[in-house]
Design a protein around this ligand. Structure first.
Ligand code: GTP
Length: 598
């Protein structure tokens, strides 16, 4: 294919605005896939992983397209992950594109989570093509929403494309517009090889499969390549494109998108954002800004049944094969027994992994409160990092504790500015900048302790802005702060897995909130339970769970028999997730309680 006939693009959208449906319809209208049943195989990749030589990444595909002008084009649809935890990966997959379809639901309008991606697309100099979706619905308001896109994002919406991804209406026009508006790729096809990795995954037969875009030069099957980040060299054993089946190809030149296999055994040798080059004629300008993604948020994961330790271990091993950012190592807790300390990119990543462990591997877990990495300096001058609050040395041995800070940009409609500022101040933030994006949309910049974000920031931000904020953040540095360990004691026994590190000014408040929360979730038992929160030897909160009397349910829940049954079933379900601490049974919710602020 010549560069003139290639279009590299991705689809960006707020969740549920129809990104997957539109991708389906594009593949169908271009004849890439025909019947429904076949298509489903490509689209539900996580559930329906097919073992046939090579796993298919559904949404990054090469689509041949004959335009109305009679010319044959190659459309490369490049998938992007959709969340702030993966913002680095989103920016790399957008860097592989020349244009982006910005899908907005015409019944909803511009929503927060799209924005970070739109700005990333604009930062990458992409041609952003707005598309109104769901115009088949009676509640669609194409004019209003088009105006909003102009206003909020600042892109021209005169003759915006209107489609129904569901029925296929307007999709042909969209493809024509795409070919017309998205510029063809540039890049010297004869220069030294320079290819950007925008996705990679582990395949049980082929080893690591790498998706890349050639920026300069060409790559040939059988040649030796070198990864710029690690310097490691590999021989290309398979070169191809997904269309949507993997199809072998001899070479790919600047502007083209494809995959390669090269007996790469570990995902960390072919990470998103790295540049592939030719060791005999290396590029002198690898793609800028490659960074190894490091876990930022840690928590303990423990099997509910001690006998399931090995199952959990092998599940983590399997997940890690395909997720270079997932970290784990064995850990023991007095309260929870044998389990793992696990590290994640962010909170969503943590939730996704926990959910996959439970859904795909049927692992029943108890998770401890997430923690960031603290940098501790002892009075003897030794400095080290800890990712588990219970490993903090005793107070009198500590000279200082530093915590990670992030720089955060929050995009928000101006009505909510006051709320956002209030929240950031409460979270020990330092305001850096505030500017109007449009007359109604504001960008607020703050530096904030990362631990405050991990605590309850996202939920709070969502509630104070009615969901109309989007944010992006990166960790910038470590700063010394007055931090202390907050211990939880149950009947005078410290529960190691519940310890958290907090700012001293928050300790009393957090301690009381935590004790109260625990009181609510720890079921009454036949004896009295005393819950205490302490900093060092100082008790800062105390709650008491009174002993159970007979017939608790009858007394508490009155007459409604179905409701009573439901509650009992819930309790039974909850019972499965108990851990015995001495003689007290502690439910999973107790470990989560440390997370919640109410
Ligand atoms: P993923 O994030 O990749 O899952 O995609 P998405 O969340 O952007 O949206 P998805 O394609 O899953 O669509 C969300 C919902 O909107 C689904 O129930 C679709 O059937 C529905 N939908 C998508 N496009 C249209 C449309 O044009 N008309 C109508 N009526 N419904 C649509």
């Amino acid at each position: 294919a010549t560069q003139e006939n290639i279009r590299n693009f991705s689809i960006i959208a707020h969740i549920d605005h129809g990104k997957s449906t539109l991708a389906d319809r594009i593949m169908e209208k271009t004849g890439l896939i025909s019947d429904r049943q076949k298509k489903d195989q490509y689209l539900d990749r996580m559930e329906l992983e097919q073992e046939r030589g090579i796993t298919i990444k559904a949404q990054s595909v090469r689509i041949p397209y004959k335009a109305k002008d009679g010319r044959d084009y190659i459309l490369n649809l490049i998938d992007t992950p959709g969340h702030v935890d993966f913002s680095y990966e989103v920016s790399r997959s957008l860097a592989a594109c020349d244009g982006a379809l910005l899908v907005v639901d015409a019944t909803q309008g511009v929503e927060a989570q799209t924005l970070a991606n739109v700005y990333m697309a604009l930062d990458n100099d992409l041609e952003v093509l707005p598309v109104l979706n769901k115009i088949d619905l009676p509640s669609a308001e194409p004019e209003r929403v088009a105006e909003e896109i102009e206003e909020v994002i600042g892109i021209d919406c005169t003759d915006i494309v209107k489609v129904s991804a569901k029925s296929g209406l307007g999709v042909e026009e969209l493809l024509e517009r795409l070919v017309e508006r998205v510029p063809p790729p540039k890049g010297d096809t004869e220069g030294p090889l320079k290819a950007l990795i925008f996705d990679s995954w582990y395949d049980s037969y082929q080893g690591v499969v790498v998706l890349f875009r050639v920026l300069e030069g060409r790559v040939k099957n059988g040649q030796r390549v070198q990864m710029c980040a690690t310097g490691k060299k590999f021989e290309v054993t398979k070169l191809g494109v997904f269309s949507p089946e993997p199809t072998d190809i001899k070479q790919l030149a600047a502007g083209e998108v494809g995959f390669l296999c090269a007996a790469i055994k570990e995902l960390k040798d072919a990470q998103v954002g790295d540049t592939i080059t030719d060791p005999d004629n290396p590029t002198n300008s690898p793609f800028p800004g490659f960074k190894t993604i490091k876990p930022m948020v840690f928590c303990g994961l423990y099997p509910v049944e001690p006998g399931e330790y090995d199952t959990l271990k092998s599940a983590l091993e399997k997940l890690q094969l395909n997720d270079a950012a997932l970290y784990y190592e064995p850990e023991t807790s007095q309260a929870l027994g044998f389990g793992f300390r696990c590290g994640f990119l962010g909170l969503l990543h943590m939730e996704v992994i926990q959910e996959r462990l439970e859904r795909e591997f049927q692992a029943k877990l108890i998770a401890t409160a997430p923690s960031v990495i603290y940098r501790v300096t002892r009075i003897d001058g030794v400095t080290f990092d800890i990712d588990n609050p219970s490993n903090l040395p005793p107070q009198e041995k500590i000279q200082s504790i530093a915590e990670p800070f992030v720089r955060m940009e929050i995009h928000v409609p101006n009505d909510y500015v006051g709320n956002v500022l209030g929240l950031c101040e409460e979270k020990r933030g330092i305001q850096k900048d505030m500017r109007y994006m449009t007359s109604t949309r504001v960008v607020i910049s703050y530096e904030l302790p990362f631990s405050e974000i991990v605590y309850d920031f996202f939920d709070r931000l969502k509630s104070v802005t009615k969901g109309f904020a989007s944010l992006d953040y990166e960790v910038i540095d470590y700063r010394v702060a007055d931090l202390v360990k907050l211990d939880v004691l149950i009947n005078s026994e410290p529960v190691d897995a519940m310890a958290v590190i907090v700012h001293r000014s928050n300790a009393a408040y957090r301690g009381r909130a935590l004790a109260l929360k625990l009181k609510r979730v720890i079921h009454r038992q036949l004896f009295e339970i005393i819950i205490q929160a302490a900093v060092g030897s100082k008790i800062i909160a105390r709650e008491r769970v009174s002993p159970m009397r007979k017939n608790v349910t009858a007394k508490c829940y009155g007459g409604d028999i179905t409701r009573k049954r439901k509650l009992l079933e819930k309790q039974k379900e909850g019972k499965k997730r108990m851990k015995r601490m001495g003689s007290v049974e502690i439910p999973q919710e107790a470990f989560l309680a440390a997370l919640q602020s109410d």
